[in-house]
Design a protein around this ligand. Sequence first.
Ligand code: SAM
Length: 175
Amino acid sequence: MHLYVPKIAFVGSGLIPLSPIILAKTRLPNTMFHNFDIDPQANALASRLISGDPDLSTRMIFHTTDLLKMTKEVLSDYDVVFVAALVGLDKKAKVKAIEHLEKHMAPGSLLMLRSRHGLRAFLYHIVDPCDLKGFEVLTIYHPMTNAVVNSVVVARKLGGQTTTVMDSEVRSGQI
Ligand SMILES: C[S@@+](CC[C@H](N)C(=O)[O-])C[C@H]1O[C@@H](n2cnc3c(N)ncnc32)[C@H](O)[C@@H]1O
């Protein structure tokens, strides 16, 4: 099933923006992806990587910025904000990132955060739902295969009801 989400912000897309590429190619064929990374070299390489694909090169835009410098004007423009695992390396930094997102994202928009579960937390930090102040946690998905080691937390910014992605689709794991 394909969903219609006009545009997504993917923060921490990295030099090989695999997650946005897979989402664009498998689930969201009409969505514009705005990929944000603090590292200009990562963006330059990622931009080169997708430049040979006529579809991705028209649907992916790369911005060099720190998440903590993204203003309300920028963040409130997205229906969905996806944050990679390595944005906010420890609990304190992750909470700071979540607080910044809470201040600047549009009411009703969705936040998707990479997290970990069980022993997989040796690799990266677990996002604690208690830290998502100002958001309603809709679902926490832990993949049970060995191919994917990241969990994902999906939360909605409180204070509004408007989003193009229906809650039922989120809860049923279609996004
Ligand atoms: C694991 S990598 C990329 C993720 C991966 N390519 C994917 O498909 O999910 C994480 C990236 O986050 C970026 N990053 C870390 N902190 C950031 C911040 N505060 N703002 C923006 N990007 C950040 C790093 O520069 C790095 O390129």
